[in-house]
Design a protein around this ligand. Structure first.
Ligand code: 13P
Length: 244
């Protein structure tokens, strides 16, 4: 199966010029004749940069993702962005339920509505799950139970999307999960959720760097990476993608 590597830029970079130059540099890496054809690269810029990044990537292989979305189709929802608007700007994927959104109050119910809205709009959701530090401190079984509960948002356990396992304690801390623990959790996730187009891709995210990317990508259970900080530098992100 193809490995999927998603660069989540979060609230970066500060200017549209930097967003365009970062996207252009990533596209150059992916265009290289030696670049692994079995790697799908996806960029998730902030909403306000999507259109310019879409123009920059147009006709190339790099795909686009929204970092979030609203669940309603249209109407009086100041500040929100609809699935149709995201799709119109070229987004093929949408990150849903990132722990940074959950920390701002996003509940499982909201996550569920967003998943439905993204699927109805014909895009692929990237559902983020992962346990916080206090749960992981109680051991791997407690972490598995927590993640299993988060997956209950998936109705009837059938999901036509991607899942990213991002332990909260590993995000932006430099303290990545071990590839073995990530693979164990991902195996559990795959056993809890199915898809009509089996197998369902499950990514790892949390302090991925060019130094550890290969260790994750070499595990057959791990179908790719969701990269935050490491995606903000085109050289580093190119190295991460070459780890596959
Ligand atoms: P870092 O790679 O910066 O730890 O962030 C991971 C993440 O949250 C990607 O969505």
């Amino acid at each position: 199966m193809k490995k999927i590597i998603v660069g989540n830029w979060k609230m970066n970079p500060p200017s549209v010029e930097e967003a365009v130059s970062l996207a252009r540099a990533v596209a150059e890496h992916v265009k290289h004749p030696m670049f692994n054809k079995n790697v799908e690269v996806v960029l998730a810029p902030p909403f306000i940069f999507l259109y310019k990044v879409y123009e920059t990537l147009y006709g190339g292989k790099v795909k686009l993702a929204g970092q979030d979305v609203f669940w309603e189709k249209a109407g009086a929802y100041t500040g929100e962005v609809s699935p149709a608007q995201l799709k119109n700007l070229g987004a093929a994927y949408v990150i849903v339920g990132h722990s940074e959104r959950r920390a701002l109050g996003e509940t499982d119910e909201i996550v569920g509505r967003k998943l439905t809205a993204v699927l109805e709009a014909g895009m692929t959701p990237i559902l983020c799950v992962g346990e916080p530090a206090d749960v992981r401190e109680r051991g791997m079984e407690a972490a598995k139970e927590f993640v299993g509960k988060q997956l209950e948002v998936i109705e009837h356990k059938v999901f036509e999307g991607i899942i990213a396992y991002e332990p909260v304690w590993a995000i932006g801390t430099g303290n990545n999960a071990t590839p073995g623990d990530a693979a164990e959790m991902i195996t559990l996730i795959k056993s809890l959720v199915t898809s009509y187009r089996l197998p369902i891709p499950v990514l790892y995210g949390g302090s991925v760097t060019s130094g550890n990317a290969g260790d994750f990508l070499n595990r057959e259970e791990i179908d790719g990476l969701l990269v935050g900080g490491g995606s903000l530098n085109a050289e580093e992100f190119g190295e991460i993608c070459r780890g596959a």
